[in-house]
Each structure stands twice: as structure tokens, then as C-alpha cells.
Design a protein around this ligand. Structure first.
Ligand code: ADP
Ligand code: MG
Length: 228
């Protein structure tokens, strides 16, 4: 039987925690960056090391900021956007990997889908995560089916379906929790972050999976009524 996963309460707790930690990390980082630059001007012969230190501090800052936007999505800019170009830009990034792994990606979008009120970069991140998972689930090739339809004139329903190994029943409840991964080089953050982003768009993300048969991710986003 198909199993379903919804986990919004746990996610919002994680989000709040992430925002709190991120905020606390930013102040000491600012001090570190300042003194690194100060020392750099004194120790000119070791300038290269200070460049590396400043660069790494910038990287921590970037990651921390990313967590903050995820945890407090109202800080990020939302605009009217269309699913098709967002999907296309993600597919162009994944094309090479798909060809290498013998994976065919079939896209069937209902014509003239309405816009969604969204942060395009965040939605790109979601599609990237989810389609990458689908490709990775089929190490010896297969088909990823991507469809999008308008439901009840009010919701865009996007499905990403693969014919990969699926997820065993006993594991399914854990999938989407941070750091839960079955991959050697996985982070186990992709689905957690994707779900949070979709929820910040007042949408839902559900996972349906059957071991040995495949997995479907269903994303629903409110359609924007441009007449309003
Ligand atoms: P990561 O990809 O880094 O492992 P994710 O959060 O994207 O982290 O996924 C968590 C886990 O969920 C994966 O390690 C995998 O076990 C499972 N999973 C996600 N998507 C699929 C899929 N399409 N098919 C099979 N398993 C999947
Ligand atoms: Mg992933």
C-alpha cells in the first residue's frame, strides 16, 4: 500500500531553532571578520592565510543566512512567477547528470497554467532537490515523469514520479527529518528544506513511495488569480 508523509509541526520547531541559532552565530562572525581584516593589514607576509580565513567566514555567513531565510520565509522576496520557466532552468542544470545515468525526464505541463506567488530561487531549490532525488533513485536508469495540472481552478499540482527503488515502509516515517539519509554522500536535508519552502508558499509537499516500484513527490501550490 502507498504511504504518505506529512510533517509540518516538527518542521516548524526545527525552523525556529535554526533561526535562533543562526541569529546567535551572526554577531560573533561579524567580530571575527573585523579582526581578521585588522590583522591582515598588520601581517602582510601572511596575507594569503587571512584571505582564506575571511573567505571561510563569508561561507559560514552564507549558510547561516540561508537557514534564516528558510526559517523566516517572510524575509524573502515573493513575486508572481510561472512554474514552467522555473522547472526548465532546473532541468537544464540536471540534464547532464540525467544523460550520464541513463535517466529520461519527461515533462508534461498543462498549457497556460496560472502564476504562483513565489520566491523563484526557493522554488528552484525545491525542484532541484526533488528531481535530483528521483534521478539518484534510479542508478541503472529509468524515467522521471514530471506533470503539472490546475486543480479546482485554485491549486497547481506538480508531481515528480520516478521508477526507482522506492522507500521501505519502516523507513518512510523518518524521511524528511534532518540528517536522515540512505546515501553515502547524502545530507538528509533536501526534503526537510523543500517541505519548509513549500509550506512558506502556503502549499503542501507529500511523498508517496512503494518499495521496488518508485516514489512520487506531490507539490501543491496556490494558483494566483491575476484578476484580483
Ligand atoms: P539526501 O538526498 O541528501 O539523502 P533528502 O532529504 O533529499 O536527503 O532525502 C532523504 C532520503 O529520502 C534519501 O536519502 C532517500 O533515502 C530518500 N528518498 C528521497 N527521495 C527519494 C526517491 N525519489 N526515491 C527513493 N528514496 C528517496
Ligand atoms: Mg536529496
Amino acid at each position: 500500500s502507498e504511504e504518505m508523509l506529512v510533517r509540518s509541526e516538527k518542521l516548524s520547531v526545527i525552523g525556529q531553532l535554526a533561526a535562533g541559532v543562526a541569529h546567535e552565530i551572526r554577531n560573533p562572525l561579524t567580530a571575527l571578520k573585523g579582526f581578521t581584516q585588522l590583522l591582515q593589514s598588520k601581517y602582510n607576509d601572511h596575507s594569503h592565510y587571512f584571505d582564506i580565513m575571511a573567505g571561510e567566514i563569508d561561507r559560514i555567513n552564507l549558510i547561516v543566512n540561508e537557514f534564516m531565510t528558510l526559517a523566516k520565509p517572510h524575509f524573502s522576496q515573493f513575486n508572481s512567477g510561472y512554474i514552467e520557466p522555473i522547472l526548465q532552468s532546473v532541468l537544464s542544470i540536471l540534464e547532464t547528470q540525467a544523460i550520464l545515468l541513463n535517466v529520461e525526464i519527461k515533462v508534461k505541463l498543462e498549457p497556460e497554467l496560472p502564476a504562483v506567488f513565489c520566491n523563484e530561487n526557493q522554488l528552484k531549490q525545491v525542484f532541484l532537490n526533488v528531481i535530483k532525488n528521483a534521478i539518484e533513485a534510479m542508478p541503472s536508469g529509468g524515467v522521471v515523469d514530471i506533470t503539472a495540472v490546475l486543480v479546482a481552478d485554485s491549486e497547481i499540482c506538480i508531481r515528480i514520479k520516478d521508477e526507482g527503488q522506492g522507500i521501505p515502509g519502516e523507513l518512510i516515517a523518518k524521511i524528511g527529518e534532518p540528517f536522515v539519509t540512505t546515501k553515502e554522500k547524502g545530507t538528509g536535508l533536501g526534503l526537510m528544506i523543500s517541505t519548509r519552502i513549500i509550506e512558506a508558499h502556503n502549499g503542501t509537499l507529500h511523498l508517496f513511495s512503494k518499495q521496488h516500484e518508485g516514489t512520487t513527490i506531490e507539490i501543491r501550490l496556490p494558483a494566483q488569480d491575476l484578476r484580483q
